[in-house]
Ligand binder design. Structure first.
Ligand code: HOZ
Length: 428
């Protein structure tokens, strides 16, 4: 079998950059991407046979840990019944019912195959419902790779310093108004100027694609008020935060009811599932009930749905999110203490099962503040941790994730290794 380096060299001959999603290429941190062979619980094993404590969790889906026996069993049973029918199944009805029961703002929901499809479809629906063209997004928020959303976006675009993608016609981009996260004044000015053009405001209600940023309570309250007042739809992009930051996602944490919600990651438990849903009167505009078209051969795929159902059943158990939140809190407290000992400017925070780490003084609240972190130090820390067997996101602009499989011993080990890593980067 090939090792990491051999696989990377081989991959680059046939796959652009050697990867199927840009951040995986390690270009901003340097070095060779790890090619993983297996995962179990909190651990991953790469093609060199090295084991890591994993804090990427497939970028969020692995909330119950890798290869959880109940999820694997559900997938195997579903697969044995047939991989795809392109026709309705009982399991997808069950998943839709479960999602609507778990998230009170969902009156109806449509299943798709990715978070990108969910946000792209929600935007089209908002435009079709309101008859307006403009959408508002916030700098550094990433909502998948549909054209009108790739404007000043986070995640891979931010990681590579090119926040607006090539290939997006200006005619499309001009309908996307980009504002600063947490800036209430700018939001009010924009509504005062352009309310009758705004179909929807879409946001990551806890941002995880420009590292982790929390909204101020006043910001999201005002956002809800302005959308209601002017008939613009409020879209909570909970692809990352859904069932991750709490049992009812960020909307439950904030006590805000969005008009539409987009979901992905956790709801597929590691298989490709996305969803968008919300107000019944809005969702009734989707084909075949209404004029807004949306479709997919693999939508509601029975194997993917089985993984999602099995995962959500575990996630819905009493105390699940309390335990997950405690794990993440222990991790960030330990990392902050270790950095203090090394006298390194560093902060960390968590919301439920996601966390952010920042090489700067003070927690950032906007794109501009995130950009003030020391990226070079992050890169050295990333490699110092990787060498010691801890897999963090290979970018200073991605949130981290813990799972229910991370034990107190995993966290203690990680913090002890971070102590060594901070000392190493201080000297280096
Ligand atoms: N943009 C994703 C994280 N925010 C990364 C997806 C991937 O590389 O799998």
């Amino acid at each position: 079998m090939n090792n990491n380096e051999q696989l990377f060299a081989r991959a680059q001959k046939t796959i652009p950059g050697g990867v199927n999603s840009p951040v995986r290429a390690f270009r901003s941190v340097g070095g060779t991407p790890r090619f993983f062979v297996s995962g179990a619980g909190s651990r991953l094993v790469d093609a060199d046979g090295k084991e890591y404590i994993d804090f990427v969790g497939s970028w969020g889906p692995a909330i119950v840990g890798h290869a959880h026996p109940a999820v694997i069993d559900a997938v195997q049973r579903a697969a044995a019944q047939g991989l795809s029918f392109g026709a309705p199944t009982e399991a997808e009805v069950e998943l839709a019912e479960l999602l609507c029961a778990m998230l009170p703002s969902l009156e109806m929901v449509r299943l798709v195959s990715s978070g990108t499809e969910a946000t792209m479809s929600a935007i089209r629906l908002a435009r079709g419902f309101t008859g307006r063209d403009a959408i508002v997004k916030f700098e550094g928020c990433y909502h998948g790779h549909a054209d009108s959303l790739l404007v000043k976006a986070g995640s891979g675009l931010l990681t590579f310093g090119n926040p607006s993608s090539g290939g997006v016609p200006e005619d499309f981009a001009k309908h996307t108004l980009v504002l600063d996260y947490n800036d209430i004044g700018q939001l009010e000015d924009t509504f005062a100027r352009a309310a009758d053009r705004i179909a929807a405001v879409i946001l990551e209600p806890v941002v995880g694609n420009m590292n982790l940023i929390q909204p101020s309570p006043a910001f999201i309250r005002r956002l809800r008020e302005l959308c209601s007042q002017h008939g613009s739809l409020l879209i909570y992009d909970e692809v990352m935060t859904g069932f991750r930051v709490g049992p009812q996602g960020a909307q439950g944490l904030h006590g805000i009811t969005p008009d539409l919600t987009t979901l992905g990651k956790v709801i597929g438990g590691g298989m490709p599932v996305g969803a968008f849903g919300g107000r019944r009167d809005v969702m009734q505009h989707i084909a075949p009930l209404g004029p807004v078209y949306q479709a997919g051969t693999l939508s509601g795929n029975p194997v993917a749905v089985a993984a999602g159902l099995a995962t959500l059943k575990i996630v819905g158990e009493p105390g699940f999110h309390d335990r997950l939140g405690q794990t993440a809190a222990r991790l960030v407290d330990g990392l902050e203490a270790a950095a203090r000992e090394a006298e390194i400017a560093f902060r960390a925070q968590s919301v439920g099962g996601m966390f952010g780490i920042y090489f700067r003084d003070g927690l950032p609240a906007s794109y501009a503040e995130v950009m003030q972190s020391d990226r070079e130090r992050f890169n050295r820390f990333f490699h110092a941790m990787l060498d010691r067997g801890v897999y963090l996101a290979p970018s200073a602009f991605e949130a981290g994730f813990v799972s229910a499989a991370h034990s107190p011993a995993d966290i203690e080990t990680t913090v002890a290794l971070a102590r060594e890593a901070f000392a190493a980067i201080r000297q280096g």
